[in-house]
Design a protein around this ligand. Sequence first.
Ligand code: NAD
Ligand code: MG
Length: 391
Amino acid sequence: MTNPRKVSIFGATGSIGQNTIDLIQRDREAYDVVALSGGRNIAQLAGDAIDLGAEVAVTAFDDCLPDLQAALEGTGIQAAAGQAALIEAADRPADWVMSAIVGAAGLAPGLKALEGGATLALANKESMVCAGPLVMATAKANGGSVLPVDSEHSAVFQALIGEDISAVERVIITASGGAFRDWPLEKLATATPEQAATHPNWDMGQRITIDSASMFNKALELIETKEFFDFSPSQIETLVHPESMIHALVGFNDGALMAHVGPPDMRHAIGFALHYPDRRMLPVERLDLAQIAQLTFRPADETRWPALRLAREVMETGGMAGAIFNAAKERALDAFIDKRIGFLDMAVVVERVLEQLSSTTGHIDAEFTLDNILDSDHLARTRADEIIAKL
Ligand code: NAD
Ligand code: MG
């Protein structure tokens, strides 16, 4: 028997984290769980840490520490809280680390895990958007690797296995279109957070679900595609595919299009990253295509979804534009969730922050270090808040 693999899960209490734990639970003997992290759902975090026999459980929030300590008392599992504790947990040796915190907060723990040479399963797309070159360089310098968990990127990764990357003409990232794809344009301004937080096909965290309705999620994914696979922006296309069965397509120079088809269940992409380079049995639905009967496609309309146009600008600009875009988006999303701004205002906020900071000399082109990225992130959040206050 081979030794159990040491695994850690950051963002363990979220949608991706729970799907990851589901796969680990099915084959408990194969894994030693090192660290689990979560936010305010202490009952979930402590319960999973106990079930999985983790070494340490970390809540992101200091004020949650007493509850976590109480829940873990007498178990021998260490309880910790805050940013420094997250980094310390990510520094513990692990073979495979799931990065599933939502937002730019996921960047630092993922980088720390890569510094230790781990395989980083990257659900946290914001890491690639804010810091793609740094993430890839850190993996390379320390003998670690990054595997995509976003379903579209897992699909592209799988379609590229055994292929010559120089034979790729284009990559097509599909989008369900989210909650409002069939709404008349005039009605979008009135969309509420509750309406935006229901996804037609996928069951995901609240923030990514709203980002799917605005297509900011797809915008992040276009940038993620460029950073992950090093394609040029002109090679990356978006296609609306309401059924969410085809996750991405790769087009080659002989005209072949390789599509990845599967049910909308993240356990496929998570399991693929967990077992790579092997393929193992996964508990996902087997599609009955005759029953499904048809798959449909529509163009991705940049008037309806300005986030897609902004993603193109960010890919063309490069440098810190991704970190600025993501941070402004996170603040605009917070403001929309709090009902301080409308649904369409989110793109207005992000566009204005990008305009303001792109013209700040020396900023966009700053060297790709974690400190510089966090500076850009901070500045973009401040600017976004100023703009939001005036809307
Ligand atoms: P979620 O909201 O369900 O879970 C987020 C996790 O991060 C939770 O454990 C939460 O406690 C933790 N967290 C939140 N704020 C934090 C902070 N400031 N510091 C540290 N931890 C914090 O989110 P999710 O849907 O699981 O998404 C996680 C990541 O995976 C996101 O980057 C998302 O874009 C990506 N992703 C998700 C899906 C999906 O199906 N849910 C698919 C593809 C990619
Ligand atoms: Mg995705």
